[in-house]
Design a protein around this ligand. Structure first.
Ligand code: NDP
Ligand code: MG
Length: 384
């Protein structure tokens, strides 16, 4: 029996994680569950899994959460500090599944406990970079990637010396607009952008997938998780999302991890690591799938991966600036304020400004993030 905390329990990754826990009730005891706005779901989950505490990020909703948990004996709390306190409660495994840089401080708090952190919240690692990886080393934390590509790479690297790696290849579905012309991309609507062909995910990552910024963020994520050097990382389009990523070694052997497009597979891999657990996913039927195809990315129609590569190569604060401006621009697109193609343009404009000094600690990362958000809001107004 292992203890488990889920930061972002009310989201898509949270739901997939809890679905696995529901099927393995003897394997886990839930410590803390957090949400942000969805108090009804949070309270229901806390009751179902008999959590020690439920925490709502939006403090204004705490009274509602208290009401919903009345008589359950489950503790409740609200606000950013409460999220951090929840992450500090002893738990064998913490699933970091808050969306965006909002998850950074709670994820860092979990890392500082020196246990196991299963990381879905890629924006936190992209923004904090070395600050986070240094904390992982300092506290002796086991950081397990949940992002399907990184979980695949982690599995393909197991038992091998990274010094022998020739290439790490991240696969990308290409998103719902992969075959759209540049002209048509201007007209893409939020409803079209969140309709991903292969994966069911939260709205923000769905838009990131449509712009290919998701792959850009994942490129930076891979750079930090697997230190083989940026020149050994590459991206390939694989529309079927069956091969989740690959590692090629110097002898010409390529190891790939395959699986259904269901996040419960990589989540289960992280939850059970180094063992394995059952998932309800259908076995992979390659004969029925028939064909797996691959092609080079088109950075003219989808410049986000180029921006990410440039940001990680320039280093310092730039990845955090890229992430923050993308979060602002995606929110603006989702609320109908800017056109689809303006998202990445907004990021490029903010990146072109003088970068802040490289952040050396968590507070400095958060300051860079806040400053970049302010710049992105200004940049965005000019693009409306
Ligand atoms: P969702 O939008 O479905 O869920 C996000 C979660 O974060 C919810 O629990 C939400 O609470 C909470 N949250 C939102 N804003 C805040 C905030 N300001 N403070 C605290 N909590 C907040 O996202 P996903 O589950 O899709 O994604 C979560 C993370 O996992 C992202 O970083 C994403 O990139 C990554 N990821 C997701 C994949 C997927 O398939 N979904 C695949 C790979 C990575 P509430 O809903 O109550 O408002
Ligand atoms: Mg991914």
């Amino acid at each position: 029996m292992r203890t488990l905390t889920i930061l972002g329990a009310t989201g898509s990754i949270g739901a997939s994680t809890l679905d696995l826990v529901r099927r393995n009730r003897d394997g886990f005891r839930v410590v803390a569950l957090t949400g942000h706005s969805n108090v009804t779901v949070l309270a229901a989950l806390a009751r179902e899994f008999d959590a020690e505490i439920a925490v709502v990020g939006d403090e204004a909703r705490l009274p509602e959460l208290r009401d919903a948990l009345a008589g359950s004996g489950i503790a409740s709390a609200g606000g950013e500090a409460a999220l951090i306190e929840a992450a500090q409660r002893p738990a064998d495994v913490t699933v970091a599944a808050i969306v965006g840089c909002a998850g950074l401080a709670p994820t860092m708090a979990a890392i500082e406990q020196g246990r196991t952190v299963a990381l879905a919240n890629k924006e936190a690692l992209v923004s904090a970079g070395g600050v986070m990886t240094r904390a992982v080393a300092q506290y002796g934390t086991t950081l397990l990637p949940v992002d399907s590509e990184h979980n695949a790479i982690f599995q393909c690297l197991a038992g091998n010396d990274p010094a022998h790696v020739r290439w790490i290849t991240l696969t990308a579905s290409g998103g719902p607009f992969r075959d759209w012309t540049a002209e048509r991309l201007h007209t893409a609507t939020p409803a079209e952008a969140v309709r991903h062909p292969n994966w069911s995910m939260g709205a923000k990552i769905s838009v990131d997938s449509a712009t290919m910024m998701n792959k850009g963020l994942e490129f930076i994520e891979a750079y930090h998780l697997f230190p083989v050097g940026v020149e050994r990382l590459r991206i390939i389009i694989h529309p079927q999302s069956i091969v989740h990523s690959m590692v090629e070694y110097r002898d010409g052997s390529t190891l790939a991890q395959l699986g259904p497009s269901d996040m419960r597979v990589p989540i289960a891999s992280a939850l059970a690591w180094p063992a394995r657990m059952e998932t309800p996913c259908e076995p992979l039927d390659l004969a029925a799938i028939g064909t797996l195809t691959f092609r080079a990315p088109d950075e003219l129609r989808f410049p986000a991966t180029r921006l990410a590569r440039e940001a990680v190569m320039a280093g310092g604060a730039l990845p955090a600036v890229l992430n923050a401006s993308n979060e602002i621009a995606v929110a603006a697109f989702l609320s109908g304020k800017i056109a689809f193609t303006r998202i990445v343009q907004c990021c490029e404009n903010v990146l072109a400004a003088t970068p802040p000094a490289p952040p050396q600690c968590l507070d400095e990362v958060i300051a860079v993030d806040q400053e970049a958000r302010a710049k992105a809001r200004v940049a965005m107004e000019l693009l409306i």
